[in-house]
Design a protein around this ligand. Structure first.
Ligand code: KIV
Ligand code: ZN
Length: 555
């Protein structure tokens, strides 16, 4: 196994950032169309980039890095298209990337002709590794190259009359760069640009490759800010890649350390394991009560559109956006979510806001609906089944029936060895408990008040039992007990009605009645039955027939 060179952690004698609380959002810059696009196996077409740009503006990004115009003809044309077709909203500033080389800078300015506002983002690698092994330059030569580039950009910007050009400088591989050197080159860049009052140079301090744990990125940022000569004339920007999978944490900590701005991409597209995911980061801040200026109100539609544009799949477990991240399969989680949602008003007033077991945010804030949170497979339990039946069909099952039915669902899911849809759960429910045909068949039932005592009900039931027709008469306190007394005359071996409940399917005025009964036969064996209809008595009678047809030997 290889041994790996570890970047030196720096000494921070009076580290402050762990005690800071995030209270406001950074300025955001989306680099999807540059860092994200350059890392796609199939880079986007011009039409796809235009749509992506529009999406970013709809979300609320005010700074968008749109490409590397001097390095790619496509990016050059895209920049021209945005400017010439007037596609840049007035409150949005585009940014274009260039290396610190003369011909590339000149070409970049050609792409910007006619722009109202732009950020010229120039970068040069400042780590020993890059300077020596990639470019064969000394630290002094690299510094000189950066300053020459800044002066050239300044003079080119002055020629672009009518355009407001700001400068961004990135010491690439900042997190692997000697701190004294990074400070020196960045201060010198700000001084060479010499921003007018009210303007700041963006110093973008990238974790080009994530080689350190997140706390060390924060240490570097706090130290850099504390030691800068030109703090007041600079905006400190973060740009974290995700090689160790910690880019979101690293960025949050580095914001605590005092950074002002964040670059990243939606869903974390970008080189290797990607850039920091701005969607996750922004929604984390939103969860913490921070107004981010970014809106993710239809996150599933956004995710699907991004998948279409980039041809990059999104993990079903991706925070906030993944298909399964607001879904519970396991019985105990489903039960807790179901209970928490049922009493969410009460818990919100106790805890001062949304607090639901296993759901850290309200999925409705992202345009996701409750109905699909709970999905059924062989791990699921009664809470999940109750939720699906209630949410999708408006049916609330009595506890004993729910217990019986959850065993049936588990058997069904085990046999299917896959997820079970809510339509399948409903079908199974009806097939299991609604049995109008069997040993007993109801032809007709007429309940009417007794002429002498209208509180008593006379029932006349026309049934078939074991294929033979019967006309039965009986009296009861109500239509249901009259029917029970009638069918007790049949050669069914005796039974008693143990539980009876009325409900409804659906929540509208036209909701159908659903009744549920539990009978036990002479040996004490239970059977459950359901009946439907617009008339509650007829639904109840059907439920009794269904239950009788469910008793052993009655099929
Ligand atoms: O990751 C990086 O360092 C970059 C720079 C060009 C900012 O993308
Ligand atoms: Zn990058």
């Amino acid at each position: 196994m290889s041994t790996y060179s570890q970047p030196q952690s720096i000494a921070v004698p009076r580290r402050q950032w762990p005690d800071h609380h995030l209270r406001q959002a950074p300025a955001w810059c989306a680099v999807d169309l540059r860092d994200g696009n350059q890392a796609l196996p199939n880079p986007m077409t011009p039409a796809q980039k235009r749509r992506y740009f529009a999406l970013l503006t709809e979300i609320g990004f005010k700074e968008i890095e749109i490409g590397f115009p001097s390095a790619s003809a496509d990016d050059f044309q895209f920049t021209r298209d945005l400017i010439e077709q007037n596609l840049i909203p007035d409150d949005v500033t585009i940014s274009v990337l260039t290396q610190a080389r003369k011909h590339l800078i000149t070409r970049t300015f050609e792409s910007l002709k006619g722009v109202k506002r732009a950020i010229l983002h120039v970068y040069t690698a400042t780590s020993d590794l890059h300077m020596k092994y990639v470019f064969g330059k000394t630290a002094a030569e690299t510094r000189q190259m950066a300053l020459d580039a800044v002066r050239l950009i300044k003079s080119e910007a002055a020629k672009l009359t009518g355009s407001q050009i700001r400068l961004e400088f990135s010491p690439e591989e900042f997190t692997d760069t000697d701190m004294d050197y990074a400070l020196d080159i960045c201060d010198a860049v700000v001084e060479a640009w010499d921003p007018p009052a009210g303007e700041r140079v963006i110093l973008n301090l990238p974790a080009t490759v994530e080689r350190r744990p997140p706390n060390e990125y924060a240490d570097l940022i706090e130290t850099f800010i504390g030691r800068q000569r030109q703090r007041a004339r600079s905006t400190i920007s973060l740009h974290a890649h995700n090689d160790m999978g910690c880019a979101v944490a690293a960025t949050m900590m580095a914001l605590m350390a005092g950074a002002d701005r964040v670059e990243g991409t939606l869903l974390g597209h970008g080189e290797r394991s990607g850039n920091v995911d701005l969607l996750t980061l922004a929604l984390n801040l939103q969860y913490m009560g921070i107004e981010t200026g970014l809106r993710f109100t239809h996150i599933e539609a956004l995710r699907d559109e991004l998948i279409g544009l980039t041809s990059m799949p999104v993990s079903p477990r991706h925070p906030y956006a993944g298909e399964l991240v607001f879904t519970a399969f396991s019985g105990s989680h489903q039960d807790a979510i179901h209970k928490g949602l049922t009493r969410r008003q009460e818990s919100a007033s106790q805890f001062g806001g949304w607090k639901i077991p296993y759901l850290h945010i309200d999925p409705a804030d992202l345009g996701r609906s409750y109905e699909r949170f709970i999905r059924i497979n062989s791990q699921s339990g009664k809470g999940g089944i109750a939720h699906v039946l209630e949410a999708d069909y408006g049916v609330k099952l009595p506890r004993s029936l729910l217990l019986d039915f959850s065993v049936r669902v588990q058997e069904f899911a085990d046999a299917a060895a896959r997820e079970v849809t809510s339509a399948e759960v409903w079908k199974l429910f009806r097939e299991t408990y609604f049995r109008p045909e069997g040993r007993l068949r109801l032809v007709n039932y007429w309940p009417r008040p007794n002429a002498a005592d209208p509180k008593r009900i006379e029932g006349e039931a026309h049934v078939e039992c074991g294929g033979k027709p019967y006309v039965l008469h009986a009296t009861g306190d109500g239509p249901i007990s009259a029917f029970v007394h009638a069918v007790l005359q049949l050669p069914l071996g005796g039974f008693s009605l143990e539980e009876y409940e009325e409900g409804a399917i659906g929540r509208s005025a036209e909701a159908e009645a659903m009744t549920f009964v539990r009978l036990v036969d002479a040996k004490g064996t239970p059977a459950y039955g359901i009946g439907f209809g617009t008339n509650i008595d007829q639904a109840a009678v059907q439920a009794i027939v269904s239950a009788l047809n469910g008793l052993p030997g009655a099929a």
